[in-house]
Design a protein. Structure first.
Lengths: 149, 185
């Protein structure tokens, strides 16, 4: 089928339109990206990144999770997973009962570790009282603890 | 202009303004289609006047508020759509169904609609950018998704309905739509 000159010109205009639209969309996302980067820079002192691992037999890493500066581990974990926990007034701390619907039972519990120069160390306090540092690496592990709970 | 044609034009004008003022998704409109169609059927000048008048009235009664400085740009954009409708008719010449397949014509009119809608959006964005001292490119980019919705909806409306409406209205006004001269006398 032979196309007329008119058809070819109109198809050319259609092609130009699609190019212009693609350019606008690309520009839109570029502008959004620049705005978000500027926002992150603006809040640089107010936010930090931490690396969190959730290990229920299979380790899943959430590296570079963005949290508010001075954020506790429990709040940071809630950003990346569904967390059920109970506050114990006698300990003045919360203990995690379940992460992502994997519940503690008579033998297995959710324990947390932090990465130090000596390797993984047990978390010294309840997750809601432990304040994270920038770029800190922590891990939740579903396990049978070494001590009797 | 005979009475039937005058009545039809009045209906189209009312339809355009009514559709513009009716609740609808943002940037989805059939005013462009009606203006282009009017230009096609009744001549470029008439299509242009209908487009300009519709946007003039819309500027005062729009639920989004008074159009203000954007109004002349909207009028120019819609007038252009109506005008090009008439020019397209002249370019088609005689009965186009004898020259090319209907699919090609539908595609042509769809792509023309996409291009004209883009021009309309560029014009209205310029109308918004100039008084607010916003760079025109930034104005175009920030409204990119609105433009995409506008262009896609108009492409579909034109491709799906334009030639059907041409035939229906051609039958209604009782003349050979393809061969008679359509400038309003």
């Amino acid at each position: 089928m032979e196309l007329s000159k008119r058809s070819l010109i109109i198809f050319g205009l259609g092609w130009l339109t699609s190019l212009a639209l693609l350019g606008c969309i690309a520009g839109y996302y570029h502008m959004e990206c620049q705005n978000l980067l500027a926002k992150i820079k603006e809040y640089e002192g107010c936010v930090m990144r931490v690396n969190i691992c959730i290990n229920n037999g299979t380790a899943v890493w959430y590296n570079g999770t963005l949290v508010l500066a001075g954020c506790d581990l429990l709040s940071a974990t809630k950003r990346i997973a569904i967390v059920n926990y109970t506050y114990w007034p006698s300990y003045k701390a919360s203990f995690v009962d379940a992460i992502n619907n994997v519940w503690k039972n008579g033998t297995h519990f959710w324990m947390w570790y932090r990465w130090t120069s000596n390797g993984w160390e047990y978390g010294p306090v309840g997750a809601d009282t432990y304040i994270l540092s920038p770029n800190e690496t922590v891990m939740w592990r579903y396990e049978k603890p070494n001590y009797s709970p | 202009m005979n009475c039937r044609r005058a009545a039809l034009l009045a209906i189209m004008t009312a339809l355009c303004v009514g559709i513009q003022l009716a609740p609808r998704p943002p940037n989805v409109e059939t005013t462009s289609l009606i203006c282009f169609l009017t230009g096609f059927l009744f001549g470029a000048g008439f299509g242009a006047i209908l487009g300009a008048m519709t946007m003039f009235l819309n500027g005062f009664f729009s639920p989004w508020g008074f159009a203000g400085i954007i109004m002349p740009f909207q009028m120019a954009g819609m007038a252009l759509i109506g005008f090009v409708g008439g020019v397209y008719r002249k370019l088609l010449g005689g009965n186009p169904s004898k020259m090319t397949g209907t699919k090609i014509l539908n595609l042509e009119v769809s792509l023309l609609a996409a291009f004209l809608t883009l021009i309309y959006d560029v014009l209205t964005n310029i109308g918004w950018a100039l008084p607010s001292n916003t760079p025109i490119i930034a104005a175009l980019i920030s409204g990119a998704w609105f433009t995409v919705v506008h262009v896609i909806s108009n492409t579909l409306f034109f491709g799906g309905a334009f030639f059907i409406l041409v035939r229906v209205i051609g039958n209604f006004i009782g003349e050979n739509t393809w061969s008679s001269r359509k400038e309003v006398s």
